[in-house]
Design a protein around this ligand. Sequence first.
Ligand code: HEM
Length: 408
Amino acid sequence: MDTKIDLSTPAVGGFLRSASRSKEERLNPFPWYRKQLEKGAVLADDSYGGWHIFGYTEAQTALRNHTHFSSERFRNSGNMTNPRPSILNLDPPRHTQLRSLVNTAFTPKAIRHWSTRIQEIVDELLNSISINNETGETIDLVSTLAYPLPVIVIAEMMGIPAKDREKFKRWSDVLVEGPSSLTPEIIMDLMQRKQVAREEMRHYFYDVLTKSQHPEHSLIAILLEANLEREKLTAEELISFCILLLAAGNETTTNLITNFWRCMLQYPQALEDLQHDHSLVPSAIEETLRYYSPVQATSRIVTEDIEFYGVEMKSGDHVTIWLAAANRDSSIFTNPDTFDIYRSPNHHLAFGHGIHFCLGAPLARLEAEIAIHTMLQRFSSFQAVPAEWEPIISGFVFGLYSYPMKIR
Ligand code: HEM
């Protein structure tokens, strides 16, 4: 296998920056965002080159302006890590064509079809723990619920057999992993493991897609049917889309559920209010998305020289858009560092903005709502357990590998 990877390419640059963060900063990046926001909404990166956008309005403008801020992060890069782009890495007109095709499977109606099954999966996962009503039980929220739920749901939605779920999880973990340090060996090893995972997934999905039978209502059946009608997606694009669903949907939803409980146990008044009034669950989820955004940043490439809010950007410059910093911008959010489950309006950018707005947002919200509602119904007490937290080492994902909590 050709393992030549150009580490100077923009596609890798964002990961390098994030790899330089200490464990403390990964656990709590928010003071750094605050400091940057005080310096300016758009700043040059002195260490790695390119630009950082921290301000809300500036982030929204860049995300909306796909003509000057391209998502084709891998074009001309010679980077071996993703030679076949998915919709996340495409610009119009191809992005528009592919997105309209896959939208069918993610409409709120199509997603609602899965509510009953998601509830059953949550019940099965929670039934697996036995709780002593007197003393309560310490569980790891991540391995018990937050980690298996999205992977089981997406595997079932795709019509993938249960026996392959572990493989799924292993692949998606590698895809979102970031380098633990900046040594070339570690970065090279990670890039190679990502490439191996992609190749394994490619073969796996090729076999799945070319099978003659697909469960009715499965995502793959819907995609193939839409494709037959309009003959738009190549086999490579279908496979890349399946891989993206795994990479984009698992870790992010796991972290939404984990970050939700992290907020609740950090702010007991919010939890008390929620226990009295379960109808606050959706707005508490939105506030978690704003306050502890599971995806902290995304990136774009500048397509031609432009002046952007007072700075001169050059064609080819790499731009990191810090969604989590924009979500703490005081010009938009009153008391941005306060966790407020009553916050309204709450137009956070946690799912992005513009043409690449998260396709899976309705699914992520539904899974989180069902999981949290069920926990609130089943248990009356939730307590934090002192533990050494390990932050997820990933390019731009914000979460923990495990989260012990006591429930009763
Ligand atoms: C795009 C966040 C869950 C599928 C995005 C983007 C963000 C995001 C920020 C835009 C990236 C950009 O503009 O560069 C999240 C968060 C999630 C979540 C915070 C959970 C809390 C999911 C799920 C799925 C999914 C469950 C599907 C199973 C996608 C896809 C795109 C995307 C396909 C690309 C859309 C496009 O390029 O048109 N997500 N996501 N996401 N997400 Fe999600």
